[in-house]
Design a protein around this ligand. Structure first.
Ligand code: IVH
Length: 713
């Protein structure tokens, strides 16, 4: 079955009635594919096709928020959302492994076993050797073949119940395959994310302005700890089975027999697992896997050796919290030593200066590393990194010899400086006081939302800084903003350098100016591609308000905030007027913006800063002459207070002020900060003062908190 549930019409061109029909069609198709995927473990479409269905569904809903109902897929996917994770006591504790770091440790491990079991020198000890997956261990409890609980390791005795999330993993069968299943079977193994999926996820997180993960293990953990299983479902997690907990009957009497049984039940097991019969074979296995490590698509941090015979495992038992019958033979972290040649500073869209260390190229685990991010000024000084990556207190200087590792095998980072090798004349790195952009503006240390000094330095050139201008233009034309086909980052850089496109409005006047520019004469362009580009630009002369606001690139105004602002004001004119007032510091306009759901001080400050800048106002003015901005319908609400302006004053007892404002918003009312002729209702709690007096003076209805709650119930 191919993905067939959507028409070819661009979401931005859909009429509401078409959108409604399409959402219904898409929902049915997504539900069917969810069932095939989650419940039957046999998807009929590729992940990419499935993602495309969901993306289109979400895009349509985002454009027509009114069509969102309680049945919306965005609110309900797979299993019901979990609340806080329930604690689960493991029937059999989940223990850890002793480490072997050297070859001698492995020789000792084998000798210990031989001694403990009183085996003769010529008696063979068969050992199952497996990669040690760097993920999260998980215990899956099956009763009568049905998955009933999935629990994390926790402290080994008690873990967290993540069943709803684990059910979304395609490597975890809901029902065990095969016959004669034990009544109770706890299958244990490792949940992991592939390196490719980790990198892709981080790209998406970065684009959405959300948390990026340090390594695949963390991203797997973060993905599992979601309250909403649909988020876990959207993250590609894998599972390898390698151990067990409580078993009412044992289906095999060897480790490798158990692995076969797991496969039989429908689990994936690690294909590199191998039976070895001597210490030499174990060490050869270790070397072989280490060589393959960089080429594997998942992180491993060593290999695990397990005595194969289960009766021997039983006799060997445990020492404190680790089995005597197993050991983890770790790999040294993949590290290399190299020199810092220089520090390159780049300027992002919001003017933040990011330092990158330029290294003498060095191979780390099969990959050549020559650029490593240094994050910010404090990181280079060796402070503020909490010792998480770079050893605390170590500053990095040009000329320094540094130790580089790839976090979780993927992201290169400097972990230490070899102080002995520091050149005598190496000076502490001076973070530039001027932006490297041609304006050479002063750079300032950023203020955090709480007004403290942050670690990042920012160019103060804003829209006048050519580096920021280019980044702004890139965001403007990007997929999530104006989405202009054929106007990618390379083209923008080129057009900017040529002076043809210096600000957003220029994009829309390009075709009129092409008589002199003659794009078609430039190598790589032809008449057709130029026509296509101009058509793509023309097609975007109409744009939804939320996209337009996002495209402006106001700091802290991402897609979600842009949508909240668009819904709050409905039209460009209303939004624009409000922003200009906010920039002037008009208290009422500020209060009105503050009353919008999801909008707080940080956004208001940035909106004020953006529209307070004459240069930005000019850019916006020229741009709005070129495009038509489509209203976003304010959510229509059929409630007692829809369309009314409410002011909360005095202390509230049953809810916080923010909750009250959010509630008013949800019900279609506008919560304002001060009382005026436009106010319809005042909700006054104890201690209300001047606002209450003003309301009385203007003859405005005044309600108590309880009366308000009754009204909106
Ligand atoms: S066996 C009684 N096999 O390593 C111990 N563990 O340090 C049973 N791990 O918490 C564990 N790959 O998360 C075993 N092939 C493998 C493993 C493995 C990764 C992890 C597991 C465990 C930790 C122990």
């Amino acid at each position: 079955m191919a993905a067939r549930g959507y028409s070819k019409i661009q979401v931005s061109d859909l009429a509401e009635f078409e959108a409604k029909a399409e959402l219904k069609r898409l929902a049915a198709e997504i539900a069917e594919n969810d069932r095939l995927y989650y419940q039957e473990d046999r998807p009929h479409i590729t992940d990419a096709e499935y993602d495309a269905l969901r993306q289109r569904y979400n895009a349509i809903e985002a454009r027509f928020p009114d069509l969102r109902t309680l049945e919306s897929l965005s609110l309900k996917v797979g299993a019901a959302p979990t609340g806080r994770f329930r604690k689960v006591r493991h029937a059999v504790p989940m223990l850890s492994l002793d480490n072997a770091m050297t070859e001698q440790d492995v020789i000792d491990f084998a000798a210990r076993i031989r001694r403990f079991l009183k085996l003769g020198e010529d008696e063979r000890i068969t050992v199952s050797a497996e990669p040690k997956i760097d993920g999260l261990s998980m215990s899956l409890r099956y009763e009568d073949g049905e998955l009933v609980t999935a629990a994390t390791r926790g402290d080994g005795s008690e873990g967290e119940d993540v069943t709803a999330n684990i059910r979304t993993l395609k490597d975890v069968p809901q029902k065990l395959g095969g016959r004669n299943l034990p009544k109770i079977a706890e299958v244990r193994g490792e949940v992991y994310m592939t390196k490719a999926a980790f990198l892709a996820l981080n790209e998406r997180q970065k684009a959405a302005g959300e948390q990026v993960f340090a390594n695949p293990r963390n991203s797997a953990a973060g993905s599992l700890r979601q309250k909403d299983p649909s988020i876990t479902a959207s993250r590609p997690l894998g599972f390898f089975a390698y151990a067990w907990g409580e078993m009412s009957e044992m289906p095999a009497d060897t480790q490798h027999g158990m692995i076969k049984w797991f496969e039989h039940c429908g689990f994936k097991t690690n294909p590199l697992t191998k039976l070895c019969h001597s210490v030499e074979e174990l060490l050869a296995f270790h070397r072989h896997i280490e060589e393959r490590r960089a080429g594997l698509d998942y992180d491993i941090d060593g290999v695990v050796y397990k005595v194969d015979r289960l009766d021997w495992q039983e006799r060997l038992g445990f020492v404190s919290r680790s089995p005597r019958w197993a050991v983890a033979h770790k790999f040294p972290a993949e590290r290399a030593t190299t020199k810092v040649r220089g520090v390159l500073i780049t300027v992002g869209r919001t003017g933040v200066l990011t330092p990158t260390a330029q290294l003498e190229p060095v191979g780390v685990g099969g990959v050549i590393v020559q650029n490593v991010t240094l994050h910010n000024e404090d990181y280079i000084k060796g402070i503020g990194n909490k010792g998480e990556v770079l050893r605390e207190g170590r500053d990095i200087r040009i000329g320094d010899t540094v130790i580089v590792q790839r976090a979780g095998d993927v992201i290169p980072q400097i972990v230490d400086v070899v102080i002995d090798k520091r050149p005598k004349d190496a000076k502490p790195y001076q973070f530039p006081k001027k932006c490297p952009c041609p304006l050479h503006t002063d750079v300032v240390r950023e203020e955090t939302a709480t007004g403290e000094e942050g670690a990042r330095r920012r160019c103060t050139g804003e829209f006048a800084c050519p580096y920021q201008k280019i980044e702004h233009l890139k965001q403007f034309a990007s997929r999530r903003a104006f989405d202009i086909d054929g106007l990618g980052e390379k083209q923008i850089e080129y057009f900017f350098e040529q002076g043809w496109v210096k600000e957003p409005a220029d994009i829309f006047t390009l075709s009129a100016r092409n008589r002199t520019i003659k794009l078609e004469d430039i190598e790589g362009y032809g008449a057709t591609s130029v026509r296509n580009l101009f058509n793509a630009i023309e097609a975007r002369r109409e744009i939804a308000l939320d996209r337009f606001i996002f495209a402006l690139g106001i700091r802290h105004v991402g897609e979600t905030t842009a949508l909240a602002l668009a819904r709050g004001y409905g039209s460009w004119d209303a939004f624009h007027e409000a922003c200009l007032e906010v920039a002037k510091g008009d208290a009422e306009a500020v209060a009105e913006m503050d009353a919008l759901d999801q909008i707080g001080d940080t956004v208001i400050q940035e909106v004020a800063a953006f529209f307070g800048e004459g240069h930005n106002r000019g850019i916006v003015e020229r741009l709005t002459k070129e495009v038509r901005i489509l209203d976003v319908e304010k959510p229509k609400k059929d409630t007692a207070v829809a369309g009314k302006t409410v002011v909360f004053t005095g202390s509230l007892e049953k809810m916080t002020r923010d909750e009250a404002k959010a509630m008013a918003e949800r019900l279609g009312a506008k919560a304002a900060g001060s009382v005026s002729k436009k106010t319809d209702l005042v909700v006054a709690g104890p201690g209300a003062g001047s606002k209450l007096a003003e309301a009385k003076k203007l003859g405005i209805t005044v309600l108590s908190e309880d009366e308000w709650l009754k009204l909106v119930e």
